[in-house]
Design a protein around this ligand. Structure first.
Ligand code: ATP
Ligand code: MG
Length: 440
């Protein structure tokens, strides 16, 4: 469990400047909008969790620094220069985050010097990617109409000292990094290098994970859009297999280590019969195994749909030795293996089979954010700007317990967030699919 000490957010120093937001806040004649620097957001949200810590005073229980505007800020908005970069795979909402950062800086803080670095960390190393671009409210006005990222992205390791040299050369005070776990490790390395050189450069992350597998940040942006899109594919699969004799649909959705998309997409329309996720082991063979259970289901109902998270069943597939440009292991092809096994099993049992495979992965990644995710992206971005202007660094914005909060990068990259096989989400999936509790 994470400690209070680990949750302390690094700051560049004393906040001396009055926040330009005072123009808005003054109209209310209250302190309502400013976050008190002494306030904290508790991690524990039930009496039982809190009591399990014994009689620890509230000031000592693990808690987050709240997100939001500060009365005093670290950077002088008139002189502040900002950079933004997006790295890793695509996810709905990237453009929403970019737009909201630019608008918040421009309209509310009066920061007008904003550079968009192209194609991930490569764009921060001179000569490795197209030149950076200037970001203005006019430029970002309509970028949320499309998915993807206007800044482009990339994988692959870059030289951190060179990145910091470039930030210094360009006089960048704040770098916003929008990306996944790897990007956040990179952001941490940049922040560390800057602090080691005693440079007052704030590095603030807006964590992106379509799999929803980053811990302590609540739900990640784009996740809701992604599972809604995945649910459309599952519905399509249902329609397709219902029309066939012995129809079996396999729908592969994202989820390398965490099966959240598979679970939520399956719950959305009750169209799935089986949900396979990395967190819950299962067997193919045997009386309780997937193949026998699937055959039974098709016999009883005429068809079946299997929703497969891409990281599920890795224990049954030969391990891949390949890695991508960033060093992430390339997963074994369990979806292919499963299809072959189903085909063989139905043939061996002389059962008719119409097998259909759906892989909507890239379609899901590339759609624009839905309205709820757009709102969420905007609010995360605004909180990221408040944090950075107040001199916070080496941290990400999250929304644990539906409260915007600052979380040190070192704690969010330590573990992954997973579907709890003993938790209420997985129970909902079992209830809605009527998939056997145990297939192992
Ligand atoms: P996702 O996996 O969700 O698509 P990601 O941010 O994890 O996103 P990666 O390709 O793993 O995607 O990493 C993005 C960038 O971060 C890459 O340029 C990679 O080299 C860099 N990076 C990853 N880990 C580190 C690290 N420990 N130190 C410095 N840079 C890193
Ligand atoms: Mg990653």
């Amino acid at each position: 469990m994470v400690t209070l000490e680990e949750l302390q957010v690094r700051t560049l120093g004393e906040c001396k400047y009055d926040s330009p937001l005072s123009d808005y806040v003054a109209a209310r004649a209250t302190n309502a909008y400013y976050v008190a620097e002494t306030d904290r957001v508790l991690i524990d949200d039930t009496i039982s969790l809190l009591s399990a810590r014994g009689d620890t005073p509230l000031t000592e229980v693990p808690s987050f620094e709240p997100g939001g505007p500060r009365r005093k800020i670290f950077f002088d908005p008139k002189k502040t220069k900002v950079g933004i970069v997006t790295c890793g795979g695509l996810c709905p909402g990237l453009n929403d985050v970019i737009r909201a950062i630019v608008l918040e800086l421009f309209e509310h803080y009066g920061v007008t010097d904003i550079t968009g670095f192209k194609n991930g960390y490569a764009g921060l190393v001179p000569g490795k990617a197209p030149d950076p671009i200037t970001l203005t409210p006019a430029f970002v006005e309509t970028i949320t109409d499309r998915g993807g990222t206007v800044l482009g992205s990339s994988r692959g390791s870059q030289n951190i000292p060179q990145i910091v040299d470039n930030l210094v050369h360009r006089e960048i005070d704040i770098l916003f990094v929008i990306g996944g776990d790897g990007s956040m490790r990179g952001a941490h390395a940049i922040a560390e290098e800057a602090l080691a050189r005693q440079l007052p450069i704030a590095v603030v992350g807006v964590p992106k994970t379509i799999d929803n597998d980053i811990p302590l940040i609540g739900t990640s942006f784009g996740f809701q859009t992604a599972y809604a899109k995945a649910a459309e594919s599952i519905k399509g699969a249902r329609v397709e297999v219902e029309a066939a004799i012995g129809g079996v649909g396999v729908v592969k959705v994202m989820g390398r280590a965490a099966g959240f998309i598979a679970c939520y997409a399956a719950l959305a329309n009750h169209d799935a019969d089986f949900v396979l996720i990395p967190e819950v082991p299962f067997n193919l063979q045997g009386e309780n195994g997937l193949l026998a259970t699937l055959r039974k289901r098709v016999k009883e109902r005429g068809s079946a749909v299997i929703v497969l998270a891409e990281g599920a069943g890795q224990h049954l597939t030969p391990a891949s030795r390949r890695t991508d440009a960033s060093g992430n292991t390339v997963l074994g092809d369990f979806a292919g293996f499963l299809r072959a096994q189903i085909a063989r099993d139905f043939k061996d049992h002389d059962e008719p089979l119409t097998l259909r495979y759906f892989d909507p992965g890239y379609m899901i990644r590339s759609v624009p954010a839905d309205a709820a995710d757009s709102v969420y992206c905007t609010r995360l971005a605004q909180a990221a700007v408040h944090a950075a202007m107040a001199g916070r660094t080496d941290m990400v914005i999250g929304r644990p317990r539906h409260r915007f909060a600052h979380v040190p990068i070192s704690v969010v990259v330590k573990n992954t967030q997973n579907v709890n096989p003993d938790g209420d989400l997985w129970l909902s999936v079992l209830e809605s699919t009527a998939q056997p509790f145990n297939m192992s």
